[in-house]
Ligand binder design. Sequence first.
Ligand SMILES: Nc1ncnc2c1ncn2[C@@H]1O[C@H](COP(=O)(O)OP(=O)(O)OP(=O)(O)O)[C@@H](O)[C@H]1O
Ligand SMILES: [Mg+2]
Length: 393
Amino acid sequence: MYEKREWLWRSKRRTVSQGECILIIDDEQVLLEGCRQVLEEKGYVTATADNGERGLQLIRELNPDLVLVDLKMPGKSGMEVLQEIESTHPNLVKIVITGYSTVSLAVEAMKKGADDFIPKPFTDDELSMTVEKGLKKRRLILEREALMKEQELIRRNMISLVSHEMRAPLAATIQYLEVILGGMAGDVSQEAKEMIERCVVRLREMLELFGRWLKLATYDPQKSAERFTAVPLTDMAAKVLEMRKPDAQEMKVHLSLEAPQDLPPVMGSRGALEEVLDNLVANAIKYNRQGGWVKVRLLERNQEILVEVADNGIGIPPEHLPRIFDEFYRVDGRRNAPIKGAGLGLAIVKKLVETHGGTIAAESRVGEGSLFRISLPKPQQTKAERTGGWKPV
Ligand SMILES: Nc1ncnc2c1ncn2[C@@H]1O[C@H](COP(=O)(O)OP(=O)(O)OP(=O)(O)O)[C@@H](O)[C@H]1O
Ligand SMILES: [Mg+2]
């Protein structure tokens, strides 16, 4: 019987180009046959299985769009089937069939990944409506998957374009210009020299931008996490502020650091965490005002370590706040015009913070200032272990 059904399934799959496939798993033959007829009349391709094992086998072989699973079956239970599907085919829409007396089971099934439930006995219309609702969800899932695949393809093409076709000729051009500037290609007038020097500066900026973007696009969080060590944040923050002192002095912005003596270290990459804080401090200085301030505060709260960077600079309008962590996003070109930047810093910050299992949020008021708050998970250890056990690097 199953061979025949599978043959029917396969032949229909071939002929119905967009035919959506529904698998029904139930030990009651009457229900199986009834559902099959109703759904096939609606134009769906169906397959049936009268036990959990067989159902799972058909899922592997046929990759259906939606599965109806009876929760009460002899042998492998509907709940077990559901759990297995959830781990192997998480995007398959799962609807559980329950008896009226087992609604609580349906609730449990929903917690375990079921998308919907239909209580027995149900009418043809109730079945059709529940299936159609489930398939709407399936279409959305497939659309999102296709979009993500397309984005990934664009990203990969962009990476190869930037790293091979753009960086190499740019670097070669800079070298030629430097040869000309060095006088090795004959005399160059002072006026031409100044122009070429400006070209070199702009080309170098472009090369640096490509380098930063490439680093962001090819960043491998897993590799980075493998090299995590205990990082003492207070030392690191002091170093970042020291390095940014010249920029702050130029803007007449006052820098300060506040941290408790016994702040535990966080597990992470020192280089990455330095880059995170440096980007935030650099922003807080450059989007500031003459005589403004930037405060870095480190603190311990419950299971997290907080890193806060506050300033009393120009602030960010509320409508821009949700997008400032996007790649290449800058607030209103004209407002930022005199301030240089590519809109990459905060995208890098977000990615690095998330690699550390942390989160970042921003608050701001135009004309009053901004606050960026990072939350990083605290290593699981006692205070006694902390003072004796850790060997920060
Ligand atoms: N502390 C801040 N105060 C006011 N605006 C800010 C602040 N930090 C970020 N912004 C706004 O968010 C935008 C995005 O910041 P981001 O750091 O990603 O890019 P950028 O500073 O423009 O360039 P990059 O960091 O790549 O050199 C900035 O262009 C700026 O408009
Ligand atoms: Mg920046």
